[in-house]
Design a protein around this ligand. Structure first.
Ligand SMILES: [Zn+2]
Length: 147
């Protein structure tokens, strides 16, 4: 049992606490850091699950990334990919849909790709979700090379 972030050996208690509260294996220091982040940004448990899922797959995501206008749930800056997690998929109003479209337009103009992932697929299909994101990152990387 080692910390996902720093590979430090975990005590039984630290392991138990971090898995119970965050669903990820973290040392006390990294657990505290994550708890502060949740307090500050109201980060969802799905965002944290996806963050560590992506890290384990060898991607380098950033949580609560400031893109110059707003905080993005997750981002991979190297390929300019933003990931937003949708929490209330059925409840979307046409104003919200319009805002999303406008945000997508702005991010494309700035060379960013934004994907929106419903929180339910992270909860139920984390591995497949991470596999798909890995594919998207590979596609983006190939496109960057062409340019
Ligand atoms: Zn650690």
């Amino acid at each position: 049992m080692t910390c996902i972030e720093c590979k430090r050996e975990l005590s039984y208690i630290d392991h138990r606490k971090s898995v119970d509260t965050l669903g990820a294996e973290l040392c006390r220091q990294h657990r505290k850091r994550m708890e502060k982040m949740i307090e500050k940004y109201n980060t969802s448990s799905e965002a944290i699950q996806l963050y560590y899922g992506m890290k384990e797959a060898g991607l380098h995501p950033m949580l609560e990334w400031w893109d110059g206008q707003k905080f993005v749930d997750l981002a991979i800056s190297r390929v300019k990919l933003n990931i937003e997690i949708d929490n209330e998929y059925q409840m979307i109003t046409h104003e919200q849909a319009m805002n999303d479209l406008e945000e997508a337009m702005h991010s494309f103009k700035n060379g960013f790709t934004t994907i929106r992932i419903p929180h339910i697929v992270i909860k139920h299909n984390l591995k497949e979700t991470v596999n798909n994101i890995t594919g998207i990152v590979e596609g983006l990387r190939a496109n960057i090379k062409v340019i």
